[in-house]
Design a protein around this ligand. Structure first.
Ligand SMILES: *Cc1c(COP(=O)(O)O)cnc(C)c1O
Length: 424
């Protein structure tokens, strides 16, 4: 049965869903007086309406309490990062002490590699996916060099072997087995940013551990997109940002996870005073005594203004619940997939896996006619108020976010793309 290109049908798909009402909690940018069909939550999530009040609370507190804002009244700055830790732990499936909001993603990746990438002459290598996000690749390569090893031999990249540039579990397994004795670290994405492929974090952690390596994860495109169970999955560490599906604003303070089994590790780390035990921090002693758990990796007192919007977003995740959000996400992305398959198959190839278990909300759509046609289609969509994002050389990424996208947005995408095809 073909999915109809009907607005009544699209509206009916949202009608019975209480989560559809959460769109009203966000600012949706306008295009010619009408709300955009915004599909860039994989890049910068929309602003929760509640974010402003949290930012203003900090500004007010600063104006009226100044330094005493650290330890007086509501939402004190000294323990401010703790306000987000419990809801964040919920979103990533961790214990409260396994997560911390701090720094930025790439900085956290470096800090955790300082502790969890400890290469030796026998075991110097890091395994990542080929075509990793550039920042991750730069970070990994520079760490290998920093330790005096050579990325040419010690950075192992697993090439895509499956349709759409995706990587099969078998390929990952083979690479880990083959290089096992030389692997210090397996660093893998939760969701690959270009293809939208989602990976089984627990299975990859198991394979890495069996090989005697550490299992680290970059969850930039997974957090707030997929239900995660980092503790049970056994990941050693993970890092992510909060400006994508977590809607905490441009350059928002990022996140990190360190498994409870490392809570009191004596591994080396780069230390700072905010990682020192809170109870004795202000004795200002010369000897560093880390807070047990992820908070022990903090360096500095955090940018409170950069953390404030995250509280608003986490409130919404708490209200919705990750399981319900995921169910809605699968309906939205399944609808997008069906519309493309039934009406746009001659224009767009879906690179993202068809198996819902192997993807989050994003579909990566390759424009069959190539780069120039792809750019023209992308511009046509944008001029219609349909905002996806463009990846060279020929791919449009469309990510319906279950917190604020409606089925009608997805329909607008399909209709606009069809309008472009008919004008060709
Ligand atoms: C978005 C993203 C980044 C961005 O890094 P920042 O340090 O936040 O600038 C890095 N890696 C991946 C995989 C990403 O998706």
């Amino acid at each position: 049965m073909t999915v109809p290109l009907s607005e009544d049908h699209a509206r009916a798909l949202d009608a019975g869903d209480p989560l559809a009402a959460l769109r009203a909690e966000f600012h949706v940018p306008l295009h010619e007086g009408r709300e955009q069909a915004y599909f860039c939550g994989n890049s910068l999530g929309l602003q929760p309406r509640g974010a402003r009040a949290h930012v203003e609370e900090v500004l007010e507190k600063w104006a009226h309490e100044a330094v005493e804002g650290h330890f007086r009244g509501q939402a004190q700055w000294m323990p401010y990062h703790e306000l987000v830790a419990a809801p964040l732990a919920e979103v990533v499936g961790a214990e409260r002490e396994e997560v911390v909001a701090m720094n930025s993603l790439t900085a956290n990746l470096h800090l955790l590699m300082v502790s969890f990438y400890r290469p030796t002459a026998e075991r110097p290598a890091i395994l990542i996916e080929a075509g990793a996000f550039p920042s991750d690749r730069y970070a990994v390569e520079s760490q290998i060099r920093f330790h005096g090893f050579d990325p040419a031999t010690d950075l192992i990249e697993v090439a895509p072997d499956a349709p759409g540039g995706t990587v099969s579990m078998a390929a990952i397994e083979q690479a880990i087995e083959r290089h096992g004795p030389r692997l210090a670290l397996v660093l893998w994405p939760g969701v690959q940013y270009r293809t939208g492929q989602a990976f089984d974090v627990a299975a990859i952690a198991r394979l890495a551990h069996t090989a005697g390596a550490i299992a680290g994860f970059d969850l930039a495109h997974a957090v707030g997109n997929l239900p995660l169970r980092l503790h049970d999955a056994g990941a050693d560490f993970a890092v992510w940002c909060h400006y994508k599906y977590l809607n905490a604003g441009p350059g928002a303070v990022a996140g990190a996870f360190v498994h409870a089994r490392h809570a009191r590790t004596d591994r080396p780390r780069f230390a700072g005073w905010w990682g020192h035990e809170a109870v004795t921090r202000f004795r200002m002693g010369p000897r560093f005594a880390p807070t047990p758990g992820a908070e022990g990796w903090q360096l500095s007192n955090p940018p409170i203004l950069g953390l404030a919007p995250l509280r608003a977003s986490l409130d919404l995740f708490g209200r919705a619940g990750m399981a319900a959000l995921r169910a809605r996400s699968q309906r939205l992305t399944g609808y997008l997939e069906a519309l493309v398959r039934d009406h746009l198959d001659d224009v767009l190839e879906i690179l993202t896996p068809k198996d819902p278990a192997q993807r989050g909300c994003q579909l990566s759509l390759r424009v069959r006619a190539g780069r120039d046609a792809g750019r023209a289609l992308f511009d046509h969509l944008s001029a219609d108020g349909v905002l996806g994002d463009w990846r060279e050389p020929d791919t449009i990424r469309i990510s319906p976010a279950p917190l604020y996208n409606h089925h009608a947005d997805v329909l607008r995408f399909a209709r606009s793309a069809l309008g472009w095809r008919q004008s060709q």
